[in-house]
Design a binder for this molecule. Structure first.
Ligand code: IPD
Length: 305
């Protein structure tokens, strides 16, 4: 039978908030000195805590109680090999990262969050991201807008649209990218070279009198989910990562698309010019571009009319 998206959206928002509160309570315990073991998964930088697992169980149980026929793909369930049906097919599927930015959480850098995405026919239709330390809740549902704290519509910032690259310098942009977890290798070549060339692309095109680029800034938050949320907000202009998983991006992509942004699988710099095609969840390589807003001159013109 037909899905009641309004009801599912309300449920997801409530669930995101409760899960985030759980994260915050655990963070408070860390502050008060109660140590929690940090375990390594695939490598020394691929870590997990009891909190990741507990919050995922909390979310999974709540979803299974409410929507027993829906599929569930969660980072920790997958890592334990318990989710054999992880490939996203046309069935309604929840895609969850209980704690994105685990390294940040263990170091008490506030950029960590819970990320809950809901996918129908392989399209992310609902996204909820809650960053409890900052009390920022990003949410979206297809056709109903993308929101910050259910109050402010995304994007918050109205910026001129980014012209197709590389025809124009992506100058005056803030770039975000992540280092991922495999620092040695990358399916498309060395990761450092990749990020370097991505940034130098801006420098080369933005240089003025040999003084270097005009790129405003480069950020790496340590949470792919929050990178996408801030791209949807309009703060970051472009985000790129190679090597992330569905749960890192699903909710963020839902929110970004609903806010009017774009996602593709382009790999900078060589295929940066590729047409923005339909991305596929599971590609592991993503380039996101913030929503275009009218330029300030257009806004000024509109208000004069
Ligand atoms: C990771 C973070 C990180 C990104 C990795 C992700 P986790 O997620 O989002 O920024 O570079 O690719 O796996 O392990 O903190 O949930």
């Amino acid at each position: 039978h037909a899905l009641d998206l309004d009801q599912i959206y309300a449920f997801a928002v409530g669930l995101g908030r409760r899960a985030g509160e759980l994260l915050l309570a655990r963070a408070e315990q860390r502050i008060s000195g109660t140590a929690e073991a940090v375990l390594e998964k695939d490598s020394a930088v691929d870590i997990v805590t009891q909190t990741d697992e507990d919050v995922e169980s909390f979310i999974r149980n709540a979803i299974q109680a409410q929507y027993p026929t829906h599929k569930f793909l969660g980072e920790e369930t997958y890592a334990k090999g318990q989710s054999r049906d992880y490939l996203i097919d046309d069935q309604p599927t929840w895609v969850v990262d209980p704690l994105d930015g685990t390294v940040n959480y263990t170091h008490l850098f506030p950029m960590f969050c819970v990320s809950i995405g809901f996918v129908v026919e392989q399209k992310p239709v609902i996204g909820v991201i809650y960053s409890p330390f900052q009390d920022q809740l990003f949410s979206s549902c297809t056709g109903r807008g993308a929101w910050l704290n259910e109050r402010r519509r995304l994007p918050l910032l109205q910026k001129p649209s980014i012209p197709p690259m590389p025809a124009h310098a992506p100058s005056q942009c803030v770039f975000a990218c992540e280092w991922g977890k495999d620092r040695r290798d990358h399916p498309d070549g060395n990761l450092y070279r990749k990020i370097d060339s991505f940034l130098n692309m801006a420098v080369e095109r933005g240089g003025r009198e040999g003084k270097g680029g005009m790129v405003h800034g480069v950020r790496s938050l340590g949470s792919a989910t929050l990178d996408l949320a801030y791209t949807a907000m309009g703060s970051f202009d472009i985000w790129w990562e190679g090597g992330c998983w569905e749960w890192d991006v699903c909710a963020g992509i839902a929110i970004l698309l609903e806010a009017g942004g774009l996602v593709t699988t382009a790999n900078p710099p060589e295929d940066i010019n590729a047409p923005i095609e339909d991305f596929k969840l599971g590609s592991r390589l993503y380039l996101a571009i913030r929503p275009a807003g009218p330029s300030s001159t257009e806004t000024a013109r509109e208000s004069q009319e």
